[in-house]
Design a protein around this ligand. Structure first.
Ligand SMILES: NC(=O)c1ccc[n+]([C@@H]2O[C@H](COP(=O)([O-])OP(=O)(O)OC[C@H]3O[C@@H](n4cnc5c(N)ncnc54)[C@H](OP(=O)(O)O)[C@@H]3O)[C@@H](O)[C@H]2O)c1
Length: 331
């Protein structure tokens, strides 16, 4: 495995980090607890020492499963990345969206990053994770009802108390990062980035390179699409959010698969799967520090972890980028 430092912080994480959203089942049509734990442990055995989770993933479930998975691992050899700022148990802040929890019960998700709420959320996460500190603590989505400096003040207090090691953000734009930087030194920003979603290339990547901030790329497999396994007419199970996501429209699946067919010979030449080639392309991309990759079971997570053994040279990166320039995703 390769380990990369997050910006100018002291925290290093595995370049491929386990993403534990689907592990919590919520918005992914359910989960199997044991398979989720096995997936995390199989990843750890191959050097994936870092796990990204969030309270809202399964309304506590994902964090609890992470806690179970790491229970017998040496704490100082594992990095826990979790989040705050999305509440489903408190109607405060900015309404975000309606959803159903894993048992089918209606829930309302709010963006709320007020000071007291963060302190409570942190205590709850520590309990669920079975630990006394979080390595990287990230706001999940910005909350326009709370000034950014109030939020970051609370994070500073948690840092002083040793409850978190480093501060990060998710889904922040450059102006929000600049405001946060007045109160706290950020290590990283976690944002969507994949071969089919490169919106951050214009502003955020140049900013993070210049200001030495890490970028944690989320959904690098575009939620399974870039493994090449999706087919037009793809039938997602009940409660799987992918059914409503533009990348899974028939036309986009067709277009993406046509692109994947062009890079398949390169994957074959390297003895790699398409997913492995995609993950390596992601962590090779300038400005990208880490790929956060989700997996449902040990088989997927082993395959994903082994992407680290694939090497892509500059010419091959250019070849892939050239093929990508012909791919247009429709909204
Ligand atoms: N901060 C945020 O707002 C935010 C938002 C999204 C994600 N994230 C983070 O980023 C992580 C990764 O993103 P993601 O889970 O959305 O998407 P992803 O990593 O692009 O895709 C993960 C999904 O792809 C499928 N998959 C994974 N490996 C596979 C393999 N080897 N072969 C075949 N299928 C495979 C699995 O689903 P199926 O088997 O069901 O197809 C898996 O759940 C999340 O877990 C979370 O930690 C953060």
């Amino acid at each position: 495995m390769e380990y990369r430092r997050l910006g100018e912080s002291k925290l290093s994480v595995s370049a491929i980090t386990f993403g534990a959203w689907a592990a919590g089942g919520w918005m992914w049509g359910g989960n199997d607890d044991q398979e989720a734990i096995d997936a995390m442990l199989a990843a750890y055995d191959l050097g994936i020492t870092s796990i990204d989770t969030a309270p809202v993933y399964g309304q506590g479930k994902s964090e609890e499963l992470v806690g179970k998975a790491i229970k017998d691992l040496p704490r100082d050899k594992v990095q826990i990345l979790t989040k705050y700022g999305l509440r489903w148990d408190l109607a405060k802040g900015e309404f975000f969206f309606k959803s159903k929890d894993n048992s089918g019960k209606d829930i309302d998700v709010y963006r709320y990053a007020g000071k007291d709420s963060i302190i409570t959320e942190c205590e709850n996460s520590l309990k669920r994770l079975g630990t006394d500190y979080i390595d990287l603590y990230q706001i999940h989505w910005s909350d326009k009802t709370t000034p950014i400096d109030e939020t970051m003040e609370a994070i500073l207090r948690l840092k002083e108390q040793g409850k978190i090691r480093e501060a990060g953000v998710c889904n922040y734009d450059v102006s929000q990062m600049n405001i946060a930087a007045k109160t706290i030194k950020l290590a990283a920003n976690q944002v969507p980035f994949s071969m089919v979603n490169r919106a951050i290339e214009d502003e955020l990547i140049p900013y993070c390179i210049e200001n030495r901030k890490a970028i944690l790329a989320y959904s690098p497999l575009e939620r399974g699409l870039l493994t090449g396994k999706m087919k037009p007419g793809q039938n997602f199970g009940e409660g799987d959010h992918r059914a409503g996501v533009k990348y899974f429209k028939d036309q986009n699946i067709e277009r993406t698969n046509a692109f994947l067919a062009k890079i398949k010979p390169l994957a074959d030449e390297k003895g790699a799967t398409l997913g492995q080639l995609v993950i390596r392309w992601t962590i090779n991309h300038p400005g990208i520090t880490v790929a956060l990759v989700g997996a449902r079971n040990a088989e997927q997570s082993i395959q994903n972890a082994k992407a680290i053994n694939i090497h892509i040279n500059g010419e091959e990166m250019e070849f892939i980028n050239n093929q990508l320039s012909d791919l247009e995703i429709i909204s």
